[in-house]
Design a protein around this ligand. Structure first.
Ligand code: UDX
Length: 448
């Protein structure tokens, strides 16, 4: 199989590299010359565990190539994946100018039948626009090559993208011909060894599946954040409630962890886009509107607790902040709750000393020198009035609390991810605040 992947961002790079890993001949294409030059030397634009080694291995074997020349790279390709960005426009809808620009360029240069697949998250109806762009360019050339369009949404989680690609829960593909179905089956056959299905469907349903999946997951999170906030008011503990409801198989125990709001490149963008698509078509997504506003509020929950603890006056206080990225194992700062918390603390005249295992450079691009960047997690604690847990990196889970307490000015922890145990924190002499957890431990079990 000869594959072209257009766009070497997160999705394109992972897709191209994993397809090369199973033996396909892949060219990843991007207009950014610097990015392509770097990739040829094994320098990646993003951090993703395991990806760098995989890029190097497949480049060395000659199965994975990088190029800025789309025209040349798509010659004789069986499949072209479009994996360029779809940034949200001001009104929340996905901007398709890059996707359709690539479709046109493919139309201007294709030399045989191929399946043109949208991999970027695109609104329902985009495949029709891609088809029209291709037809337009082909007819301008006076050519009539046969082609198919298809939709193949990705469900990759940052930090676990390779694992997700190699062992997917499912692969969803929207097609409109048996020929395209046959080719796409061949592309994905090597990834179905774990027994999970490839689900073929019509194109609009495939396009909708991606938005529905992300919106459902975002809904679970906002729902649990709402429950957590109510638990605090009612004297319940959300960790108990989470276990209590998660053991019902119909609810499930995944993705029901309260925190300080979802971030990243997918959930915020996709929830907004689905609300907008619905509105454009005369339908109001009431649940998703609430999901979004609960999430916005949740980003302030930790700050509100801090303000309350210090009696409203935060001027001159120093805060150690552990974790900057929107979630662990990534350097992605897009829509990260840390940005909201930092902005609020700075506005109150506080000093912030932050540490993140991989996102410091990325954070520096965005926040600049308005905060201090510590060399390690302990350095961030020196003279801090409180410690804030913002991202649940594994290395933050079990620090030496004796050392932590000694380095800080005051032993106070605001844990935005509920990674510590209330009782253990209390025993170690810390004032501990979680999200929806009881401030003090009350055993409900009588020990004889
Ligand atoms: C998500 C989807 O999981 C993936 O299938 C899709 O392709 C892209 O969007 P990603 O953005 O990488 O992936 O992150 P994910 O691990 O899903 O977490 C998203 C956000 O939800 C994070 O901010 C995380 O902290 C938050 N979250 C997740 C919670 O607050 N609670 C949970 O229980 C789970």
């Amino acid at each position: 199989m000869k594959i072209a992947v257009v766009g070497t961002g997160y999705v394109g790079l992972v897709t191209g590299t994993c397809l090369a890993e199973v033996g396909m001949e892949v060219t990843c294409i991007d207009i950014d010359q610097k990015k392509i030059d770097n990739l040829k030397q094994g320098i990646l634009p993003i951090y993703e565990p395991g990806l760098e080694e995989m890029v190097l291995r497949n480049t060395e074997k000659g199965r994975l190539q990088f190029s800025t020349n789309l025209a040349e790279s798509i010659q004789d390709a069986d499949v072209a994946f479009i994996a360029v960005g779809t940034p949200p426009g001001e009104d929340g809808s996905a901007d398709l100018k890059y996707v359709l620009g690539v479709a046109r360029e493919i139309g201007r240069n294709m030399n045989n039948y191929m399946v043109v697949v949208t991999k970027s998250t695109v609104p329902v109806g985009t495949a029709n626009k891609v088809r029209a762009a291709l037809e337009d360019e082909l007819s301008a050339r006076g050519k009539a090559f046969d082609f198919d369009v298809a939709s193949n949404p990705e469900f990759l989680k940052e930090g676990a993208a390779i694992e997700d690609f190699l062992k997917p829960d499912r692969i969803v593909i929207g097609v409109e011909s048996e020929k395209a179905e046959g080719i796409m089956s061949k592309v994905y056959k090597p990834f179905l060894l774990n027994g999970h299905p490839i689900i073929f469907m019509d194109i609009p349903s495939a396009e909708m599946t991606k938005y529905a999946a992300n919106s459902m997951l975002a809904t679970k999170i906002s729902f649990m954040n709402d429950i957590a906030n109510l638990c605090e008011i009612m004297g319940a503990d959300v960790n108990m409630v989470r276990k209590g409801i998660g053991s019902d198989a119909r609810i499930g125990n995944k993705f029901i962890y309260p925190g300080i709001g979802y971030g990243g490149s997918c959930f915020p963008k996709d929830v907004k886009a689905l609300i907008k698509t619905a509105a454009d078509n005369g339908y109001q997504m009431q649940i998703l509107e609430s999901v979004e506003s609960v999430n916005e509020n949740q980003k302030s929950v930790l700050f509100n607790k801090i303000k309350k603890h210090f009696g409203g006056d935060l001027a001159g206080k120093t805060f150690a902040l552990w974790g900057l990225s929107f979630k662990p194992k990534t350097d992605d700062m897009r829509e990260a709750p840390s940005l909201v918390i930092i902005e609020k603390l700075l506005a109150e005249g506080c000093k912030v000393k932050a540490y993140d295992p991989v996102a410091m450079k990325e954070a520096q691009h965005i926040i600049g020198d308005k905060i201090e960047y510590a060399n390690d997690q302990n350095e961030a604690l020196v003279d801090a009035d409180a410690l804030l847990i913002v991202t649940e990196w594994p290395e933050f889970r079990s620090p030496n609390f004796k050392v932590v307490g000694k380095l800080m000015r005051d032993k106070v922890i605001f844990d935005g991810r509920n990674i510590y145990d209330t009782k253990e924190m209390q025993d170690a002499g810390f004032t501990y605040y979680g999200i929806g957890v009881k401030p003090y431990y009350h055993s409900t079990v009588e020990i004889a």
